[in-house]
Every structure is written in C-alpha cells, then in structure tokens.
Design a protein. Structure first.
Length: 98
C-alpha cells in the first residue's frame, strides 16, 4: 500500500528528520519515500534498499526523470536484502513493511 504525501510528512515529523541525516528506507519499493526525504527534508543522503528487481529498476528510472542531478547525487538505490546490507552510516531508518 503506497503512502500519500501527508502520511510521508507525518513519518518524517515523527522521526525528526533533518538536513544532517542519512535516511534509509528498507524495502523502498518505487523509491517515493527516498525521493521525498530529499525534497521535503533536504537530508544529507537518502538510500533505498529493495530486493525486487522491477521495483528497484522503477525507482532508479523514476528518480532519474523526476529529480535534478544535484538531488540524484544524494540518492542511492541498492538492490538486495536489507538484512544482508550494512547501513551503519544511517541516522534514521524506516521500514514500512508489514
């Protein structure tokens, strides 16, 4: 189930997301929350981890078409299992999976 912008903003408010944060979205799907972390909160870096190939590719393509080069430089998508990925540099981690 996709979240709307108001729901995403509430998540960021609860997390007290700020510009100095490195934000990770575990199970990032289409990458919307990752992109919103950049555009709404202007975080230092936003990373999405997605195991599903089609969702991963979709997030990369959407980000390339929707974000500026400067914004894209602060976004990373990783295809893989988040249980096997080191995200020690994260200051805020979101996992919306049920």
């Amino acid at each position: 189930m996709a979240l709307d912008e108001d729901q995403i903003k509430k998540i960021f408010k609860i997390a007290k997301l700020k510009q100095s944060d490195v934000f990770y979205d575990l199970g990032s799907g289409n990458g919307e929350i990752v992109r919103q972390a950049i555009t709404i909160c202007n975080v230092k870096k936003a990373v999405g981890i997605e195991i599903d190939y089609l969702r991963f590719i979709g997030s990369v393509i959407d980000t390339a078409s929707l974000m500026t080069k400067k914004e894209q430089a602060r976004i990373e998508f990783i295809r893989g299992d988040f249980e096997k990925i080191n995200f020690a540099d994260a200051t805020v981690v979101y996992n919306g999976l049920s």
